[in-house]
Design a protein around this ligand. Structure first.
Ligand SMILES: [Zn+2]
Length: 449
C-alpha cells in the first residue's frame, strides 16, 4: 500500500481523548457565540437551556435536535450567525421535499474551514498534488461542486470542473486528458464505463484513473468491486459522506484501509461532532449498532447547526478506533444504509432500498446502475412493491429476461423474507441519474401523506 497521506497529521493522529478535548473546547466557544443570537437562544429555550450551557460534551445530549421544520419556520435565512452582508455565498439543500433551505458561507468559511476539511477528505481518499481530477459533482446552489473545487485547490490537484453530464465528452477526455482521479457519482461513472465500451474503448487500458471519491450516493461493496474491476488495475473507489447542513461533503471518508472493510472515518471530528444515535431514544448507540447520524458543526461561521438530524442511518463500526492508517481517534462508520424516511415497511417487514440494491448488484445478468422500486398498493400498510431492473446486453429475448427476473425474485425472497414482483426490461429502458438517484416511485397507490 502507498504511504498514508495526511492533511493535518498533528490532529488526525491524536488519540480519542485528544479529539474529545478539542471538541469540548470548541463547543464551549460555540455556546458563547450563539448566546448573542436570539433565534438560537429561543431554540435552546425549548429544553430550558441557554447556549452558554454548552460547557462540556455531556451537555450536548440535552440540547434540542434541529430538523428541516425548525429551519423552514425561519424562512428565508434561518439561524444565521453572521450579518447577511458578511455572507459571501449561499448554498442550499436540494429541496426535493419542499422549499430549499439556505445556508450561508462567510469569507472565513470559504477560505479557512472548507480548505481545512476538504483537504483532509481528499488526502484520506488518496488524492495528491498534481492529480488531474475529473470533478463531476454539481454546481449552482449545490454544495458538492463548490466543496470539491475548494478541496482540490487546497490539495494542489489540477481540477477539471466538468460537473454532471456530458457523457460523450467525458469519455473522450478520460483518455485524452488522462485524468488520474475523479469526484463523481459512482452510478454515473458506471454509465460512462458502459458508454466507453459501446465505443470499443476499454477503460482498463485507455483510462488512467487511480482513485474515485464517491459521494451523493453510497454504493454497496458488490457494486464497488464491480466498478473497480472495470477500471485500470489498482483503482480504488473511496466512499464519501456529507450533507449541506453539515457543511458539505465533509463528514466521512474512507481511507485505503477502511476501504477494504467498507467503512469511512468521521474524519473532521475536530470541526464536526457526529453522534450516531438510536432515532427513538436519541441515545448514542454502541459499536456495531445502527443509528441515525446527528451532526453539530463547531467552526462554521455563518450557518452552524447543533444536533442536526440527518435522517441517515449507519452502522457504527464494531471496531471504531485504531485504524491501521494511524487515524486512531477518528471513529469509523459503515456506508449509509438508508434514510429513516426511505425505510419501507412491506407487509410489516422493514426494507431499505439499499438492501435491494445489494441484491441486484449480486444478481447475474442484471444491470447494476439502473433499477427502480414501484409502490403499487398502499392502504393501511404497504402491501405490494415491484422491483424493476434491466437485463444486461441490449435487446434480450423474453426467456432471457425471465431468467433474470426469476433469479432476482428468488434472491429477494430468500434475503429479505418477502415476495416482491420483479419486472425485467431491456438494457437502457429505465432512467439513469447523474446525481442522486430517485429509486422509489409511487404508481397507482395512494399519494403520500
Ligand atoms: Zn483509516
Amino acid at each position: 500500500m502507498e504511504a498514508i497521506q495526511y492533511a493535518h497529521p498533528a490532529i488526525e493522529c491524536l488519540d480519542r481523548d485528544g479529539i474529545l478535548a478539542i471538541q469540548e473546547r470548541k463547543l464551549k466557544a460555540l455556546g458563547e457565540r450563539l448566546q448573542g443570537h436570539p433565534e438560537w437562544v429561543r431554540h435552546f429555550q425549548k429544553a430550558d437551556m441557554s447556549p452558554r450551557d454548552l460547557g462540556n460534551l455531556d451537555a450536548l445530549s440535552s440540547v434540542p435536535t434541529l430538523d428541516k421544520a425548525d429551519l423552514r419556520a425561519l424562512y428565508p435565512f434561518p439561524m444565521l450567525t453572521a450579518e447577511l452582508a458578511q455572507v459571501r455565498r449561499f448554498v442550499a439543500t436540494s429541496g426535493t421535499s419542499g422549499m430549499p433551505v439556505m445556508f450561508g458561507l462567510t469569507d472565513r468559511d470559504l477560505s479557512q474551514l472548507l480548505p481545512h476539511q476538504m483537504s483532509r477528505i481528499l488526502r484520506a481518499a488518496g488524492i495528491v498534488a498534481g492529480d488531474r481530477v475529473y470533478q463531476g459533482y454539481g454546481y449552482g446552489l449545490w454544495f458538492g461542486g463548490l466543496g470539491m473545487d475548494i478541496g482540490l485547490a487546497a490539495c494542489g490537484a489540477v481540477n477539471f470542473p466538468i460537473g454532471p453530464g456530458r457523457g460523450d465528452l467525458v469519455v473522450k477526455w478520460l483518455s485524452d486528458h488522462a485524468y488520474t482521479a475523479c469526484t463523481v457519482s459512482p452510478l454515473w461513472l458506471m454509465t460512462l464505463v458502459n458508454l466507453a465500451k459501446s465505443q470499443n474503448i476499454d477503460p482498463r487500458k485507455a483510462w488512467k484513473l487511480r482513485v474515485g471519491v464517491f459521494g451523493g450516493q453510497s454504493i454497496s461493496a458488490a457494486f464497488r468491486d464491480q466498478l473497480e474491476a472495470e477500471m485500470p488495475p489498482g483503482f480504488m473507489a473511496q466512499n464519501n459522506y456529507g450533507t449541506t447542513e453539515a457543511g458539505g461533503p465533509v463528514v466521512a471518508q474512507s481511507c485505503p484501509y477502511s476501504h477494504d472493510v467498507d467503512e469511512m472515518h468521521l474524519i473532521n471530528e475536530d470541526t464536526i461532532i457526529t453522534e450516531v444515535v438510536d432515532p427513538a431514544t436519541m441515545k448514542r448507540v454502541g459499536p456495531g449498532e445502527v443509528g441515525e447520524i446527528v451532526v453539530t458543526t463547531l467552526d462554521r461561521d455563518a450557518s452552524p447547526v447543533i444536533r442536526w438530524r440527518t435522517r441517515d442511518l449507519v452502522k457504527l463500526s464494531a471496531k471504531p478506533y485504531d485504524c491501521p492508517c494511524g487515524r486512531a481517534g477518528l471513529p469509523k462508520i459503515g456506508r449509509i444504509i438508508g434514510r429513516n424516511d426511505d425505510m419501507l415497511k412491506v407487509r410489516g417487514v422493514i426494507v431499505f432500498p439499499t438492501q435491494i440494491e445489494d441484491i441486484i448488484a449480486e444478481t447475474e445478468g442484471a444491470v447494476k446502475e439502473a433499477w427502480q422500486i414501484y409502490i403499487d398498493s398502499e392502504h393501511q400498510i404497504l402491501e405490494e412493491i415491484t422491483v424493476a431492473v434491466e437485463r444486461r446486453g441490449g435487446a434480450s429475448s423474453i426467456q432471457e429476461k425471465q431468467d433474470v427476473q426469476q433469479r432476482l425474485a428468488h434472491a429477494l425472497h430468500s434475503r429479505l423474507g418477502i415476495r416482491v414482483t420483479v419486472e425485467c426490461h431491456d438494457e437502457g429502458s429505465l432512467p439513469r441519474y447523474e446525481g442522486k438517484a430517485v429509486r422509489v416511485h409511487r404508481r397507482g397507490a395512494k399519494p403520500e401523506k
